[in-house]
Design a protein around this ligand. Structure first.
Ligand SMILES: Cc1cc2nc3c(=O)[nH]c(=O)nc-3n(C[C@H](O)[C@H](O)[C@H](O)COP(=O)(O)O)c2cc1C
Length: 186
């Protein structure tokens, strides 16, 4: 039987930075049970939501009217079982490309109240230079709120705080343990 899909929205400009190191821990754990697809948002050509509302009545799919590189990702999200939102904490929020990508999920919320994100499992991967209350907390709260609005299931966040180097993140045993725990609970 085909494995269900886990879609990673990867929002760091640094290909081999702290967020990539944290993602690798989760990807390794997920790969046993899921087909993992990673989208490198910073290197994709796309914009944020245009608020045209052209998507709102079409319930067959995301139906976003913007024809750019994020459009096929929306179809993947609509078909995925697990969605991972992975970003560095930037100015007490997620990165700019991640913010634009999350805005595009607007097309998943239909006029009838139907959500294409309903029952999907969301995980966060956030890395920060500061402690847990220097913006990481706000990223987690945002993701929880998104899940609540979209009738999705928030399954937790792999939170790497006070990051120094990617090597340091990769070596943190508690992160690898947490990643395995999240996958076990999915
Ligand atoms: C533009 C910018 C803004 C940042 N803002 C915050 C912040 O508000 N809070 C925090 O804890 N760390 C902040 N940091 C530190 C990053 O979150 C941290 O270095 C992160 O692990 C970088 O991930 P990366 O290596 O994947 O790019 C900021 C870094 C940059 C470049």
């Amino acid at each position: 039987m085909a494995k269900p899909t886990a879609v990673f929205l990867f929002g760091s400009p640094r290909k081999s930075g702290n967020t990539a190191a944290a993602c690798a821990l989760l990807e390794r754990a997920l790969a046993k049970r899921f087909r993992v697809r990673r989208h490198d948002l910073y290197r994709m050509d796309f914009r944020g939501c245009a608020h045209c509302d052209g998507c709102k009545k079409d319930e067959r799919g995301p139906a976003c009217r913007l024809r750019d590189e994020f459009r096929p990702v929306l179809d993947e999200i609509a078909a995925a079982r697990v969605i991972v939102v992975a970003s560095p904490v930037y100015c007490w929020s997620v990165s700019g490309c991640m913010s634009a990508a999350l805005d595009r999920l607007y097309c998943c919320f239909k006029a009838s109240g139907k959500s294409l994100l309903a029952k999907k499992k969301f995980l966060g991967v956030f890395t920060a230079g500061g402690d847990a209350f220097d913006g990481m907390d706000l990223c987690v709260a945002m993701l929880q709120r998104l899940c609540q609005y979209g009738q999705a299931e928030y399954c937790g966040t792999l939170a790497a705080v006070e990051c120094a180097t990617p090597k340091d993140v990769a070596r943190r045993k508690e992160l690898a343990r947490a990643a395995r725990g999240f996958v076990h609970a999915l």
